[in-house]
Design a protein around this ligand. Structure first.
Ligand SMILES: C[S@@+](CC[C@H](N)C(=O)[O-])C[C@H]1O[C@@H](n2cnc3c(N)ncnc32)[C@H](O)[C@@H]1O
Ligand code: SF4
Length: 297
């Protein structure tokens, strides 16, 4: 299947899309300014759109190869920056070549939805686009400003509400440790507040990492960023979980970046998850921690 598709590497996708066809409809990220994110900073990853004709040729080649395709992930970092018109053309082509497609998904920045209406999103959903991975990272305006996310509590909430109103699903990422020591508690509590108001279908946390060192990140924090150590990361996770009031959200904190693996449905499993984090804080020797060398992104 791979030979039918052309990729500009590196290509990132959520862990849950491991078995999906990755269709690179855009290259890079049109924002590319978050100080923690080095995913699309190499020169070949400058943002651009793949022409529709090329996308259709790739879809046709995969279809001709006979490979069964049930799920498609639209890459790269913010494919939803494409206009409603372009997305509709892509989805129509997907449906033409793969009439049995079950689900199309994409990363999505809140601002990608600003100029799209609920009825447009509903139409895209009818064509299969029904799951959006939204890197909220935090619900705290100060922290979001420090990392130059270009979004805030309100813009994030507006996008998540729009997704829900269209009948689609959101999978939100929150970054553990993103506010450092000073803003840890407000980062956790405001992130929980954002989730409580948005009620996303999926929530995952990742530990923030600094692949090219701390300098760029520290600039945004005017030099006052103090990274959290393991206990601080657990404490922040405790505050986050403790403040969450979710009706039916699948929660995962099992990415390779996490020391502690947590999975469950919230709020149903909240007491149990809080207990695991409490144990990790009080008696780190008794819980199953991922060794430092097995973390990594
Ligand atoms: C490839 S990005 C695309 C997401 C999309 N552009 C957005 O911002 O919603 C996927 C996610 O990876 C995570 N990520 C990026 N850099 C990271 C880092 N240095 N440490 C931990 N997580 C990181 C962030 O949660 C980000 O939202
Ligand atoms: S986190 Fe998302 S929006 Fe920010 S630079 Fe990375 S890909 Fe772009």
């Amino acid at each position: 299947m791979m030979h039918a598709l052309t990729y500009i590497e590196p290509v990132f996708r959520p862990p849950s899309e491991a078995r999906s066809l990755i269709l690179q409809v855009t290259n890079g990220c049109s924002w590319n300014n978050c100080t923690f994110c080095e995913m699309y900073t190499q020169t070949q990853k400058g943002f651009n759109l793949k022409p529709q004709r090329k996308i259709e040729q790739e879809l046709e080649a995969v279809a001709r190869s006979g490979t069964p395709v049930r799920r498609i992930f639209l890459a790269d970092g913010d494919a939803m920056t494409l206009s409603y018109r372009r997305l509709k053309l892509i989805l129509q082509a997907i449906n033409r070549f793969f009439p049995g497609v079950q689900r199309v998904s994409s990363y999505c920045l809140p601002r990608n939805l600003k100029n799209k209406t609920v009825s447009e999103l509903t139409e895209l959903k009818a064509l299969g686009l029904e799951l959006f991975y939204v890197g909220c990272e935090s619900g705290d305006d100060l922290v979001l400003d420090r990392v130059n996310k270009g979004e805030n509590f309100e813009s994030s909430l507006a996008a998540l509400k729009k997704i829900k109103a269209a009948g689609s699903k959101s999978s939100v990422m929150i970054l553990n440790g993103m506010g450092g020591k000073r803003y840890s508690q407000q980062h956790a509590e405001n992130s929980a507040r954002l989730m409580n108001e948005a009620q996303p279908e999926y929530l995952s946390t990742l530990v923030v990492s600094f692949p090219s060192g701390l300098d760029r990140y520290q600039e945004g924090f005017k030099g006052e960023f103090e990274p959290l150590e393991q206990a601080g990361l657990f404490q922040e996770m405790f505050w986050l979980l403790d403040s969450l009031e979710l009706e039916n959200t699948i929660f995962r904190s099992d990415h390779a970046s996490n020391y502690l693996v947590l999975k469950g449905i919230l709020n149903r499993d909240k007491p149990g998850l809080l207990q695991i984090v409490r144990d990790a804080l009080d008696r780190p020797d008794t819980v199953n921690l991922r060794p430092e060398w097995l973390r990594g992104l």
